[in-house]
Ligand binder design. Structure first.
Ligand code: ZN
Length: 98
């Protein structure tokens, strides 16, 4: 996995967390492109990059391929398990605003 910094500030459409970097899960290199999915590191909700690379809400249930849908839901579950094992007051403050 490789981390990429964005030049453009982006905010999670669910919790408002400033997202200024991404970690590629399935590619070695590259930056996000329209249609790519993202999970917010704070609230773990899924978003999609629109044509201007803004993050917009994305419903995982809209994915027809059950294997792909469940694979992505599994990523979200792993993130939630991480937060459960590693509580962070900063996250709690952000999530409390949902
Ligand atoms: Zn969020």
């Amino acid at each position: 996995m490789k981390d990429n910094r964005f030049r453009k500030e982006n905010y999670c459409p669910y919790c408002g967390y400033l997202c200024d970097a991404s970690t590629l899960l399935f590619k070695k290199n590259g930056k996000p492109k329209p249609g790519d999915l993202s999970f917010c590191i704070m609230c773990t909700e899924p978003s999609e990059f629109d044509k201007k690379l803004n993050l917009i809400k994305f419903d995982l249930n809209s994915i027809e391929d059950a294997i792909e849908r469940n694979r992505l839901k599994g990523i979200q579950v792993q993130m939630l398990l991480y937060w459960e094992a590693n509580p962070d007051p900063r996250r709690d403050k952000i999530i409390g605003n949902l």
